[in-house]
Design a protein around this ligand. Sequence first.
Ligand SMILES: C[S@@+](CC[C@H](N)C(=O)[O-])C[C@H]1O[C@@H](n2cnc3c(N)ncnc32)[C@H](O)[C@@H]1O
Length: 215
Amino acid sequence: MILKYKSYWRKTGLKGKWGDIYLNHLNTFKPKNFLEIGVFCGVTARNTCEYLNKLHGNSFSYIGIDLFGGDKKSQIDEIEPNFLKNQTFSNPLKNLYYNYIKKENLNSIESNRNLLKKFKKNVKLIAGDTNEVLKKTDISNVDYIFLDGGHSYNTVINDLKIIYEVLKGKNKVILCDDYGAESFIQDVKNAIDDFSNKNNIKIKIIENRFAELIL
Ligand SMILES: C[S@@+](CC[C@H](N)C(=O)[O-])C[C@H]1O[C@@H](n2cnc3c(N)ncnc32)[C@H](O)[C@@H]1O
């Protein structure tokens, strides 16, 4: 299968080579039921759904959780892309198109729904802070999680703990962004290290950026 991450003329956390690296990682595990924490503008979501659809036809599921512009439970040091506040683009054409012609917030749940509409039967988007909504979400059949939401220590450790309570010992995969030097965030690394030490889980670093944990 040829795996080429597309940007759909939007913003993504996985720019350049990172999208293909991510898809190749997904392809080593071939999951069927997927959870993304931190959907942003939906580009990874759409690439993931395209991939899962190629692999499983209609029988796959994608759950995506994001604030989608809503408020966080706490305001403490969540590192967010600046452009969410006043969506700017270096490409003037994109700026004109999204901000003046379409007047579309690419991080809104409506914009994400629209990008993912061809998979609407498989996709569930949940708006909220994972510190509140993750424990209320049924993730019991999820095989693979891309953890890329709130980046504070407390949020990352909360997300990991909740996922672990449900999926512990089931051989499921968490790919965490921003662990290695290529996109390092200290809080993220500290949380993943503490969680892994406490639960005796090995961390495999992928391409000096992602941390892979097998539960
Ligand atoms: C780095 S972006 C995700 C990038 C996306 N995975 C991609 O590949 O393009 C982080 C996202 O997490 C969301 N976020 C931040 N804190 C959150 C929280 N506590 N709960 C849920 N989502 C959160 C932000 O709204 C933002 O869209």
